[in-house]
Design a protein around this ligand. Structure first.
Ligand code: PEP
Length: 247
């Protein structure tokens, strides 16, 4: 990895992943985020479904809330019916694009090499990739967690990645949407390993059942620079409470 060219922000990145939720009326939740005072020590990023990226980005322009997307194709354009390129999402106003979420790996058979090509596409489009890695419960129970994470990073992180263009999200598959979270010691172990593998400067998020009641302890773990939040990002009040825990 190259050393950081510029100093990265020290504030926490609190990113919301709305998954396949949200209609035009959901702009009311964005409006609540925009109306609230910017949280101290936290940057807010909201990743609504692709159908809402352009309108949300327009509404949030010049505000403290950035808008991202949840996936992209690796090609810039072409014969890929139904797909959306990173360039299209950048054109719609996305600042960040999530790649390699475990739901896409499971639902769409995405492999590490596909995720790598997507992360490269995100960089080409001038956006920041949030690249997700994480072990299944079976892998954790059989003591393979660090090997799995290392293999995923090896296979999916582009070799020329720089901290300004890539964020890593550690999301244990068994913690996503389940209400179960790893212990802070387990999070610390994995984040230290990722930090060691990536080198200085890369932002590392924790994701998996983050909510207002556990955000402060998870965000206090060494090498946790923010959170990727699914279910609890759908309600502005919960999302703001999580961001408030970053202070
Ligand atoms: C996610 O989808 O990235 C996620 C972490 O979901 P949840 O917060 O609902 O577990």
């Amino acid at each position: 990895m190259k050393p950081p060219a510029t100093k990265l922000p020290t504030s926490r990145l609190i990113a919301g992943n709305w998954k396949m939720n949200g209609l035009k009326v959901s702009v009311a939740e964005l409006d609540l985020l925009l109306a609230a005072a910017p949280p101290a020590g936290a940057e807010l990023l909201l990743c609504p479904p692709a159908t809402l990226v352009a309108s949300f980005a327009r509404r949030a322009s010049a505000s403290h809330v950035r808008i991202g997307a949840q996936d992209c194709h690796w090609a810039q354009s072409g014969a890929h019916t139904g797909d959306i390129s990173a360039e299209m999402l950048a054109d719609a106003g996305a600042s960040h694009i999530i790649v390699g979420h475990s739901e896409r790996r499971a639902d769409h058979g995405e492999t590490d090499s596909m995720v790598r090509r997507k992360a490269e596409a995100v960089a080409r489009a001038g956006c920041i990739a949030i690249l997700c890695v994480g072990e299944s419960l079976e892998q954790r129970d059989s003591g393979q967690t660090l090997d799995v994470i290392s293999r995923q990073l090896e296979g999916s992180v582009p070799t020329d990645s720089v901290p300004e263009g890539l964020v890593i999200a550690y999301e244990p598959v068994w913690a996503i949407g389940t209400g179960h979270t790893p212990t802070t010691a387990q999070v610390a172990e994995v984040h230290a390993a990722i930090a060691g593998r990536m080198g200085a400067g890369f932002r590392l998020l924790y994701g998996g059942s983050v909510k207002p009641s556990n955000a402060a302890e998870l965000l206090a773990v060494p090498h946790v620079d923010g959170a990727l939040v699914g279910g609890a990002s759908l309600k502005a009040g919960d999302f703001l409470a999580i961001a408030g825990a970053a202070a």
